[in-house]
Design a protein around this ligand. Structure first.
Ligand SMILES: Nc1ncnc2c1ncn2[C@@H]1O[C@H](COP(=O)(O)OP(=O)(O)O)[C@@H](O)[C@H]1O
Ligand SMILES: [Mg+2]
Length: 302
């Protein structure tokens, strides 16, 4: 069966905004989740990600949340590019256009580059959460699928469907990342809600045994944080982070800023392998030194 988006998002198709009139050409599909479908599009020589929503009301609320967190002078500021409707098979479908983030999932990144990168990635992710929290919101549905890791451990959050005003009930969640699922707190938009998911996210990506798939099948009364402690005992990176992870899982950080400070302090004293991180700079310095050396020889002989 072909769906509306098979037609609208076929590579080469044009998507024209009904109100703003901008035209986007589809390159390929990037992904589909529970709220929408996302395609890589081109407008002139610029590439963007375009997300079309299944449900207009939810989609509008996602755009509003994104707008709300990008009001402050932070890294979300120019993330939203356009919001409009397109007509597909005679029906109006809302979409929004955002910056295209090139990168990979957290697990792919650490699988390829090594688990030590979690220290840098974690610190960058905490910074992103702090930005959202400072604008009065909570991310809500923090999980591996809703973030993209690029370059040297840069992190971008990409799905704003779960963003909720502080104090309100969490709008959208994913079972194992949800503290309610573990009976570790309410489904209320508090900074500690995101920090719980943050801890799960790290543990899930460090766990070699894929334990999390099994957790979904266990009965609520048998879901215990002790199962997570096992990961912290087994994995050396998780073991280093254990004091932080335990605090986050037990809701002991009031704010993400407080969590960031703890993260930095905890890792400051430890031997963290940043050597891979320094490599690009070494390469640049090496290239620069060759250039200077070449220039000297040239001047000398010239
Ligand atoms: N800005 C973006 N840049 C690159 N890829 C993106 C972007 N936004 C979404 N994606 C891809 O599309 C997938 C689905 O997008 P998402 O917003 O999470 O949809 P849903 O709300 O339906 O879960 C993501 O997991 C990601 O792979
Ligand atoms: Mg998603």
């Amino acid at each position: 069966m072909t769906t509306w988006y098979d037609e609208a998002f076929r590579p080469g198709s044009e998507i024209k905004g009904k109100w703003n009139g901008r035209v986007y050409v589809v390159e390929r599909l990037l992904g589909a989740g529970s709220n929408g479908i996302v395609a890589l599009v081109r407008r002139g020589s610029a590439r963007f990600a375009l997300k079309a929503g299944y449900e207009t009301v939810d989609h509008q609320s996602e755009i509003n949340s994104l707008l709300a967190i990008s009001l402050k002078d932070n890294s979300f500021k120019n993330f939203l590019i356009d919001a409009d409707d397109m007509i597909v098979q005679g029906k109006g479908i809302s979409f929004y256009v955002m910056r295209y983030i090139e990168g990979v999932t957290l697990s792919d990144f650490i699988h390829k580059r090594g688990q030590d990168w979690i220290y840098v990635i974690g610190s960058n992710l905490l910074r992103k959460l702090t930005e959202i929290h400072k604008s009065g919101y909570v991310f809500g549905d923090l999980k591996a699928e809703n973030m993209i890791v690029s370059n040297y451990g840069d992190v971008d959050l990409i799905d704003f469907g779960g963003v909720t005003s502080k104090g309100r009930a969490i709008k959208q969640l994913t079972e194992v990342y949800d503290r309610g699922f573990w009976s570790m707190g309410e489904r209320v938009a508090e900074e500690s809600y995101d920090l719980f998911s943050f801890a799960i996210l790290l543990l899930k990506s460090l766990d070699h045994r894929k334990r999390f798939t099994g957790f979904i099948k266990t009965l609520p009364q048998n879901r215990e944080l002790d199962h997570l402690t096992a990961i912290m005992k087994e994995n050396p990176v998780a073991a280093q982070l254990a004091p932080f992870l335990n605090k986050a899982l037990h809701g002991e950080f009031r704010t993400s800023e407080e969590a960031s400070i703890y993260w930095r302090k905890l890792l400051a004293g430890k031997k963290v392998a940043y050597s891979t991180l320094k490599l690009p700079w070494l390469k640049i310095c090496f290239a620069a030194s060759l250039f200077i050396c070449g220039a000297t020889i040239y001047v000398f002989w010239g």
